[in-house]
Ligand binder design. Structure first.
Ligand code: KIV
Ligand code: ZN
Length: 383
């Protein structure tokens, strides 16, 4: 594999679906999985099969439904979890078991109530057991973001020796700063023997709004897989947003990193996930929000009408958005008004425009947004 290609591991159907109220049935999951395949993701994390019979069934059916992406099932470092995950993956053409355990002091002392030595033993046993079912085994060190780099390197060394193929370094609580997270990945690359045979993976949560920045820092530090979700949905403040990391790599060619994602399907995929889960995308969400390509202030509208890239760094067509929008509000100027009249088929003179603009401002002060119908009314009133 090309060393600069970043694999996209989509966990919308697992970490994303954990969000309260976002539960999907198998049919809805299948529709999303097929769309993810079209989008070009490398891995679909299809579920956590031990968690419920429904999740088990979904993983099974997704395994049948998709051909290209690897289908991945989550488990804890528990024998029964791993057996059920392996069973659910029997239908998959390319299967991966994702197993792991908490590695931070907080998880070791308070959640697992055990010792660091026992964590390493359980991690190794889990990887070895998963390897007895499938070749491709991803290990996650839960709360790696708050785990000391030295202990993390010990755990990762042990699972590399046990045969893990992918090493997931989750910032489970969204705690890290981008430089810290990037250095963590680089530290592991420098201090774990044999790590170059494995793929290092980022898995960042967004509690401080840093999930995307941390994932990119991780990729710059040497990770070659990014775990993310459509629209950034996920536990608490969510996971890294797939659309954001993909477009950052496209916009910043200097990073030298790229993915297999067909970005023209990003908006369509975002709508599908949002509608299936009943989870509204915030209007100002980067890339896929309703306002991501909308311009409402006079200064910006004037610039965009003259040349789109004065205020837009992404061509909307690249992410599947029809065109940029000029929204008419009380902050809009004459240029935007003339532009909208022109689109409606009216070529108004400068003098007419001055009069219409005064009327427009009166309407705009009453309404949040001036619609095409309002403009038609204004024109009718002048003839
Ligand atoms: O955030 C996390 O640590 C996880 C793991 C289970 C991979 O979702
Ligand atoms: Zn997670």
């Amino acid at each position: 594999m090309d060393t600069n290609r970043i694999q996209i591991f989509d966990t919308t159907l697992r970490d994303g679906e954990q969000v309260p109220g976002c539960k999907l049935d198998t049919t809805q999951k299948l529709v999303i999985a097929r769309q993810l395949e079209l989008l070009g993701v490398d891995v679909i994390e299809a579920g956590f099969p031990i968690s419920s019979p429904g999740d088990f069934k979904s993983v099974r059916e997704i395994g049948l439904a998709v051909s290209e992406p690897i289908v991945c099932a989550l488990s804890r470092a528990v024998k029964k979890d791993i057996e059920v995950a392996a069973d659910s993956l029997k239908t998959a053409k390319r299967a991966r078991i994702h197993t792991g355990i908490g590695t931070s002091d907080s998880h070791i002392q308070y959640k697992l109530r055990t010792t660091p030595e026992r964590i390493i033993e359980r991690a190794v046993d889990a990887v070895k057991y998963a390897k007895s079912f499938v070749e491709d085994v991803e290990f996650y060190a839960e709360d790696a973001g708050r785990t000391s780099n030295e202990f993390l390197a010990k755990v990762i060394q042990a699972v590399v020796n046990a045969g893990a193929t992918v090493l997931n370094i989750p910032d489970t609580t969204g705690y890290c700063l981008p430089n810290e997270y990037g250095e963590k990945i680089a530290f592991l690359r420098a201090n774990v023997k044999g790590i170059h045979k494995c793929v290092l993976s980022t898995h960042c949560h967004n509690d401080l709004g840093l999930a995307t920045a941390n994932s990119i820092a991780g990729a710059v530090g040497g990770a070659r897989q990014i775990e993310c979700t459509i629209n950034g949905i996920g536990e608490r403040a969510g996971n890294t947003a797939l659309e954001e990391v993909v477009m950052i790599m496209r916009q910043h060619e200097g990073l030298g990193l790229y993915t297999n994602i067909n970005s023209k399907l990003l908006l369509e995929t975002s709508h599908l996930v949002s509608e299936s889960m009943g989870m509204v995308v915030q209007p100002n969400k980067a890339i896929v929000g309703d306002n991501a390509f909308a311009h409402s202030s006079g200064i910006h509208q004037d610039g965009v009408i003259k040349r789109r890239d004065t205020y837009e760094i992404i061509d909307p067509a690249e992410v599947g958005v029809d065109e940029s929008r000029i929204v008419l509000t009380a902050r809009s100027g004459r240029a935007a008004l003339a532009y909208r009249f022109k689109n409606l088929g009216y070529n108004v003179s400068k003098v007419q425009l001055d009069d219409l603009y005064q009327e427009f401002l009166r309407v705009a002060d009453r309404k949040k947004e001036v619609a095409d119908m309002d403009l038609e009314d204004m024109i009718s009133a002048t003839v």
